[in-house]
Design a protein around this ligand. Structure first.
Ligand SMILES: NC(=O)c1ccc[n+]([C@@H]2O[C@H](COP(=O)([O-])OP(=O)(O)OC[C@H]3O[C@@H](n4cnc5c(N)ncnc54)[C@H](O)[C@@H]3O)[C@@H](O)[C@H]2O)c1
Length: 66
């Protein structure tokens, strides 16, 4: 399954990414705004995993503008 995780460089998100990648059938796209709380090194141990779990920076609005 292909799964998008937001905030995957944070405390809960990084553990979720790691848990999902324990299953070989999952691919994870991690979209993280990399705020002060985001640490891209929290997923450094997955750097050799060929599946795309490494963070992509995404500057999402904090609130729905509508
Ligand atoms: N840790 C807890 O015990 C706990 C308990 C209840 C609820 N929550 C909620 O769960 C969520 C995650 O908690 P956490 O402890 O992992 O937080 P955290 O601060 O460790 O991580 C949050 C991550 O989200 C990223 N982020 C922030 N805004 C973003 C955006 N607009 N788009 C994409 N990424 C964004 C940050 O860069 C960071 O990597 C928070 O909303 C928190 O309020 C946490």
């Amino acid at each position: 399954m292909k799964i998008i995780v937001t905030g995957g460089c944070g405390f809960i998100g990084s553990n979720l990414v790691r848990h999902l990648l324990d299953s070989p059938e999952h691919e994870v796209l991690n979209l993280d705004k990399l705020t002060y709380a985001g640490n891209p090194h929290s997923l450094a141990d997955l750097a050799d995993d060929p599946r795309p779990a490494r963070p992509r920076h995404l500057d999402l609005p904090a609130r729905d503008p509508r």
